[in-house]
Write a protein that binds this ligand. Structure first.
Ligand code: ADP
Length: 169
């Protein structure tokens, strides 16, 4: 294994929003490489395919050196082994995130004792933001300016248009 400090920021990112990007920017200076790991979890019935989510994130992190975007399925610890990563990055918004995140961190440590999970707190204005809320608010016509990158808003607009066409048929 190389001595490079490689961290993985795993998640669904359906879609990526400014809270996620805030975490990426906060942890980048601390690691040699950060891999945003997009989970192909179809059980969550995502709006965007894994390939679309990877592409959207790549567009947003294009200017950040040391940041890569990959998709994975199966166990996170197996993906980490493959790419030589030792650290899991997760965002902690509120106490409500804590219990689930704590369980996952301990389970991942049990699966591979060499792996540590590190939590980052986002900027306050993003602390209530989630991909679920982004989708709900967007499809109900709410304004998401300042919370979601412009390119992501454009992709959401395409989905909304496709849905309208689908409904009209
Ligand atoms: P998952 O399905 O794994 O929860 P998400 O895409 O919802 O995937 O979130 C990925 C990671 O980003 C999680 O650690 C989550 O806590 C964190 N996160 C989500 N929203 C925010 C936010 N607004 N600020 C900081 N971290 C966030």
């Amino acid at each position: 294994m190389s001595n490079k400090r490689i961290a993985v920021y795993p998640g669904s990112f359906d879609p990526i929003h400014n809270g996620h990007l805030d975490i990426v920017e906060r942890c980048l200076p601390i690691f040699d490489e950060l891999v945003v790991g997009v989970l192909g979890n179809e059980a969550k019935r995502p709006v965007f395919s894994v390939a679309e989510r990877v592409e959207m994130i790549r567009e947003e992190v294009a200017g950040l050196s040391g940041c890569k975007v990959e998709s994975f399925s199966g166990l996170l610890v197996d993906f980490m082994e493959e790419i030589g990563a030792r650290t899991i990055i997760r965002g902690l918004r509120a106490i409500s995130d804590f219990e689930y995140e704590f369980q996952m961190a301990l389970m991942n440590r049990r699966l591979n004792p060499d792996i540590e999970t590190v939590f980052f707190a986002p900027r306050e204005e993003y602390s209530y933001l989630s991909s679920r809320l982004v989708k709900e608010v967007y499809f109900l016509g709410g304004n998401l300016e300042g919370l979601v990158p412009g390119r992501v808003l454009a992709r959401l607009a395409e989905v909304k248009d496709e849905r309208k066409v689908g409904e009209a048929e």
